[in-house]
Design a protein around this ligand. Structure first.
Ligand code: ATP
Length: 292
């Protein structure tokens, strides 16, 4: 079980901001920190990792104190049982995929653990390649396998998939889920992609201006966000075609393009590349099985 109870005064472009976070996370949970840019999500993850020091509070993981401001306990990142993957978490450039995954492992265990992770993460074919011979998706897969190699108490993921295109992101979400099912590391993910939060996590904390404003299961949290949950999904604007007083907005949802009519006023806030929420309260959408 993980207990986090920390505060830190942050200095933002808009002035000081108090980051406060309290949570208890059961073993094996997949928890997301969700919220707008600047809310304090990365700083929170860095405090858990030991890369940033909280002003006050405690962090306890499986009965071990990682941080306690009163007792002046502050384990270094190396002393904390964590695996980390960041958006641009650099692999060792001079090492092969297999060497990267095994870098932190004791020699006796290295071969068997690396072999298993290569297999599970679908990297066997790429084992002897260097990072600069890999795609972005493959690199993040290696980073994930490396983060899991030491069987950490806590897996910390800071937007690990956000630099990937949508197809690759969806594929890696699947892989992340199956790795999580297999090894069941307690996981803390930073994401501002609602569909990702839904797919991956079973508990979400919504952070705004350093404070938790909602928490619970993704369905509960987003259902209470003021928009009907009868019919809603997220996507990315890929094309906008003006047509008289309206525009047809082409939105990529999963691997499908959906066309939505937007008024001039709605159109003003949209541009190609923007992530959007599509929701409707007024009608019952049709649902029918697709041919396999
Ligand atoms: N060690 C620190 N001391 C003081 N202020 C900090 C520190 N680290 C970060 N900040 C400030 O805290 C604010 C929150 O940053 P943070 O990166 O945690 O937000 P975020 O929610 O992860 O945003 P994004 O989604 O854009 O990554 C920023 O304004 C940042 O400048």
């Amino acid at each position: 079980m993980i207990n986090i109870n920390v505060t830190k005064r942050l200095h933002t472009a808009d002035g000081p901001m108090e980051l406060e976070f309290q949570a208890t996370v059961e073993d094996g949970q997949f928890v997301t920190l969700f919220g707008p840019s600047g809310a304090g999500k990365t700083t929170l993850l860095r405090m858990v990792a030991g890369l940033t020091t909280p002003d006050e509070g405690t962090i306890q993981v499986n009965g071990q104190t990682w941080f306690d401001s009163n007792r002046k306990t502050n384990l270094t990142p190396r002393q904390r049982s964590i695996g980390m993957v960041f958006q641009d978490y650099a692999l060792f450039p001079h090492m092969s995929v297999a060497q990267n995954i095994g870098a932190a492992l004791p020699r006796t265990k290295r071969q068997s653990v690396v072999r298993e992770l290569l297999e599970v993460a679908g990297l066997l074919e790429l084992a002897s390649r260097k990072p600069d011979q890999l795609s972005g998706g493959q690199r993040q897969r290696v980073a994930l396998a490396r983060a899991l190699a030491l069987q950490p108490s806590l897996l910390l993921l800071d937007e690990p998939l956000s630099a990937l295109d949508l197809q690759m992101r969806l594929k890696l979400q699947e892989e992340l889920l199956s790795l999580h099912r297999r090894y069941q590391p307690t996981t803390l993910l930073v994401s501002h992609d609602m569909s990702e939060v839904f797919r991956l996590s079973n508990q979400v904390f919504v952070l705004e201006l350093g404070q938790v404003v909602r928490s619970g299961s993704p369905a509960d949290v987003f259902a209470s966000s003021g928009i009907s949950n009868k019919f809603r999904f997220t996507g990315e604007v890929v094309h906008i075609v003006p047509s008289g007083v309206i525009s047809i907005v082409h939105i990529l949802v999963g691997s499908d393009i959906v066309q939505v009519v937007a008024t001039d006023k709605e159109r003003e806030s949209l541009q190609v590349g923007k992530r959007v929420l599509i929701a409707s309260k007024a009608f019952n959408p049709l649902i029918m099985p697709l041919e396999e």
